[in-house]
Write a protein that binds this ligand. Structure first.
Ligand SMILES: [Zn+2]
Length: 373
């Protein structure tokens, strides 16, 4: 009886805490309270929380070995699609892959950094790995940047993360969702997540498991990996590649506002036109963003120009054709002179570091032992 009562009290406390979570203003504070609420209510759902975050950190002493093993697994999977690992995968050993975080399945979440300077472009692939075609395209673009450093203007930097969701790719047949069945592009903690993400999933997707947004926002390491990249490298523009809807879409400054744009907004918005022109005038649409999506989180809420490139098919045989059509657009995106002035928040505090605190503060330093919890 006492146990029941204690549980009840704790549950009520949790409800109260959750209420504070939903009505609070500071987002980092919300995270801390979410942790507390879950503990108080004895809720155990699969989520990356401060308490288990260390399970998702790659010890830097073994990072190289971990990346090497990942690249071997990638090569094996590539064979089923007749892709070439040296050209369209990890490369020939010359790409400076790094990793600080790892997936639930243990794969390193890799990225590479090219060039130096304050103007930064972030390029993402493999968020939805069953879409297939973006993955070799983004890997190949990393090798292309390594082999042609003169493509990157002085004062510019490019961060390439070609396979954000390796667990989904390494599943038999590949899946849209990650290793825990969450759609990583519906899991970002956007302001409309609690109000809309699950409702949207139930009503608009009939609870189709391919689109499950997660039990709570930011519950997945692949989501946090993208937030970490944004917070750490503070990109002025983001390109994320998907398939098979067949268009470019833009979210960010100057989007969905029927008014005269500032010069900076104008410039941000014309990035997508530049990319389209150099991709044989590929179609541009003004697609709305979803609760929990990157376009909403980075483009809409943080004012970082975010271009989604939707390739036309997921057909793995189309890689060479897509490379010829879209790599000039990616070159232009990297060379597009733009320092984002619309996103003071994105240039400021780091949500990631605020939430996970000192545990991750040193992650960006080279070859350090990961700090203890
Ligand atoms: Zn997609």
């Amino acid at each position: 009886m006492r146990l029941v009562r204690t549980t009840l009290i704790k549950s009520q406390l949790a409800v109260a805490v959750v209420f504070v979570v939903l009505s609070g203003s500071a987002r980092a504070q919300e995270f801390r309270l979410t942790d507390t609420a879950m503990k108080e209510a004895f809720i155990t759902i699969p989520a990356v929380l401060r308490d288990n975050f260390q399970d998702f950190v790659v010890p830097q002493v073994s990072a190289d070995a971990s990346i090497q093993s990942f690249c071997s697994q990638l090569a094996t999977t590539y064979a089923t699609f007749k892709w070439k690992p040296a050209e369209e995968g990890c490369g020939t050993g010359n790409v400076p892959w790094r990793s600080q975080l790892r997936s639930h399945g243990g794969s390193p979440l890799i990225y590479a950094e090219f060039g130096k300077g304050p103007s930064t472009t972030l390029i993402l692939g493999g968020v939805h790995p069953d879409e297939l075609t973006p993955i070799p395209l983004v890997f190949k673009f990393a090798s292309h940047l390594k082999d042609n450093p003169s493509l990157i203007p002085d004062g510019s930097r490019v961060i390439v993360a070609p396979l954000v969701n390796p667990d989904g790719f390494f599943k038999k047949g590949a899946s849209r969702t990650n290793g825990r069945g969450v759609d990583v592009n519906r899991n970002f903690f956007t302001q409309d997540w609690y109000a809309s993400a699950k409702h949207w999933w139930a009503e608009r997707r009939q609870r189709n498991e391919r689109h499950f947004p997660g039990h709570i926002p930011n519950s997945e390491i692949e989501t946090l990996f993208q937030i970490w990249l944004i917070d750490t490298f503070k990109p002025d523009k983001i390109i994320s590649i998907h398939a098979p809807l067949g268009f470019y879409d833009y979210d960010g400054p100057g989007d969905q506002k029927p008014r005269t744009l500032t010069a900076s907004e104008e410039k941000a918005k014309s990035l997508v036109q530049t990319m389209s022109v150099s991709s044989r005038n590929y179609k541009i649409v003004d697609y709305s963003f979803y609760p929990g999506s990157l376009g909403n989180y980075a483009g809409n809420e943080r004012g970082i120009p975010t271009v989604t490139l939707e390739l036309e098919t997921t057909n793995p045989d189309k890689i060479n054709e897509y490379w010829r059509q879209f790599s000039p657009g990616l070159d232009h995106a990297v060379q597009y002179p733009f320092v984002n002035q619309s996103a003071p928040k994105a240039k400021g505090a780091s949500l990631f570091l605020e939430v996970y605190g000192r545990k991750t503060a040193r992650l960006t330093e080279p070859a350090v032992a990961v700090p203890k919890l």
